[in-house]
Design a protein around this ligand. Sequence first.
Ligand code: NAP
Length: 493
Amino acid sequence: MNVISPTPVDAMPGAVDCTPFARGLFIGGAWRPTAGTIAVVDPSTERVIADVADAGIEDAMAAVDAAHRAAPAWRAKSPRERSEILRRCFELMIERSHLLATLISLENGKALADAKGEVAYAAEFFRWNAEEAVRITGDLGTAPSGSNRILVDYAPMGIAVLVTPWNFPAAMATRKIAPALAAGCTVVLKPASETPLTAYALAELYREAGVPDGVVNVVTTSQPGPVVSAMLDDPRVRKLSFTGSTGIGRVLLAEAARTVVSCAMELGGNAPFVVFDDADLEAALDGAMIAKMRNAGEACTAANRFYVQSGIYERFASGLVARMAALRIGPGTDAATQCGPMITRKAVEKIHRLVMDATSRGADLLQGGTAPAGTGYFYPPTVLGNVSPDALLMHEEIFGPVAALARFETEDEVIEAANDTEYGLASYIFTGDMKRALRVAGRMEAGMIAINRGLVSDPAAPFGGVKQSGLGREGGHHGVLDYLEPKYIAASF
Ligand code: NAP
């Protein structure tokens, strides 16, 4: 295992002072202090790098008030004006990408290369939605009876509450904020407690780009349940967009029912990665490393279960072991790091429990499997072979650098195994036969399918899951529609 020892934060190349991003809640364009604070910990060093504000219900309602006050002027702006502001957000994010990536690495732990990739991806949602903002068109038709015309206009839904996870602190926020603003909505963002600094840094950046005060508000809280619940009970809030675990998604869907708030849900995944005998081995291994190791496995789209056909199984397994063993583990901000720490100690313990469960049910430990001693929440790249279908990690999200391999013989068998889950977010298929790839893709129960590639996310494409992986789509043309209500007018003229 290649382990780089943690470096003190101040000695890291490109380290940033995090305190300017912890000035209070961002409400109505001003910083609002709170009595209590939430400690933000660098998972590489276990050191507290900042203390951010801790909102109570009153603070959250002040954010809803600010979003409400800002709404009329924002929705009245011309699409072109909104578009130009969004475009400026994109440009500033690209200009500041090193700072933003360093901040993401510090609070999340991900390798700097992954963090830079995230900033580029996150910024792209502003560029894409700057283009969408000026292409929101309605419909005009004639009723079948000929008695009247049917006009359909699209109106902004109203205030949107956005709740995001820690694994992509920038991208999960911009994937919601950019289309909401393009549609003419104002928002309250509640970022994850582990990674609030990126959200606050971006709030400042939006303001600099010309986003008016109150259009984007950011509140961090140690009581997400009561705080989000109170916002959902306010009748001015008309949209909830949540990205996080399926468990919390279920809770929020029930809460949103009280005021019949429109919900978008981007939830958990359990992606199958299927390799057929006729696949290009090197391409499959390259794809596997991206699908498994982007963000050290802490991605909802991460390949969770590798199904490999018998004829290529041994070669794929040894190739994957060699690549996983060669990865350098270390602090995210160290440029040499390829696999950063997990988000918390609890996450490391959960991953290890899943690995131990798999080996207790007969899996072969081919690589890794022992967390390094010392500071930081590290877990080594791990490969398990011949994993039994009843192992817990074939059913639960691993959310870590662990590849679980199982053999299969036939196409029908692998499709049945791949679909044997409550999740349906992403799937990966590797084969040299495009007819087969499309046939299998058609039978996969997933919202997104990658053929002969390990990356599926694209701001220009609809991202989202089926089954218990979610409701609705973000990105593509679908993203902005999620923040618009069709308004039908029957007119005689
Ligand atoms: P999580 O525990 O569900 O938390 C997500 C967000 O919800 C955080 O901001 C959290 O706040 C907040 N939250 C927690 N309890 C809440 C409650 N009772 N009411 C309202 N909000 C509440 O998920 P996570 O551990 O941060 O993220 C990992 C999960 O997200 C994985 O399942 C992953 O697959 C999923 N994910 C899905 C996508 C997708 O696009 N489908 C993308 C990324 C991640 P605190 O931080 O304060 O707890």
